[in-house]
Write a protein that binds this ligand. Sequence first.
Ligand code: ZN
Length: 279
Amino acid sequence: MISIELLPVLDDNVIYAVAVDATDGANDDDSAFVVDPATADAVLSWLQQPGPRGRPRQLEAVLCTHHHADHTGANLALREATGCRIIGPAHDLERIAGATEGAVVGATVDVCGLALRVLDVRAHTRGHVAFAMDDLVDVVIRHGHRGLRAVEPSLAGRPALFVGDSLFGAGCGRLFEGTGKDLHAALSTLAAQAPDSLVCCAHEYTRSNLVFAAAVRPDVAAIAERISAFDDDCGPSRQSIPSTLGLELATNPFLLALKLPDPVQRVFDLRRQKDTFRP
Ligand SMILES: [Zn+2]
């Protein structure tokens, strides 16, 4: 059984904590990995909570999509506390704090008995990768700030994409180190994944991104519909992520731009427009 829990930290970061139940009966532990741990406390207290079968959780690995401190800040503390592996993009490993092994684009990372595909989504940073988990997620639990917690049945039964800052709800990450061509390639790679996938992005920016989306694409009814449904979709945890790739393909202006003429220039111009957008 695979469960994903969203741990909100700092102002708007989300750490994905993934637990994989042992199925062979030989292992008494629920093995676990976390993606983009900004801070250690939330992860350490999550590990101490009993898993679905009341067993302790063992942190096998930290996965980092890119080197920014709000995605790697807990690496050293978690390695110190648990001895876990620290996995980051192989072609940018020197910038991943405490890295013990590289994730090679086009290959898989084997963690907790799962094989996660490593996707090249460089643009936000030159080393950025995403991890595609094709195994279906059984349980998704959102933890809002102030202890709010909600099990989300509508998000279960789907594969998951851990995309870091390459794609957000209705938006994408800033172009710090890449080119417009890189951004186009990264978005195209993500757009080609299974549409029912969960988009597990590392920041909750959806509401402000939707304001920009509505301003630049007033012709897309699905964007207005997503805004109307926003509060309901957030549920009691007040989180809107993870969304699904299908929803992003219909409402994310950066993915919609892939279908327009001259898409490389379009996504670049859109990103520059977003950088200075004031609603
Ligand atoms: Zn970043």
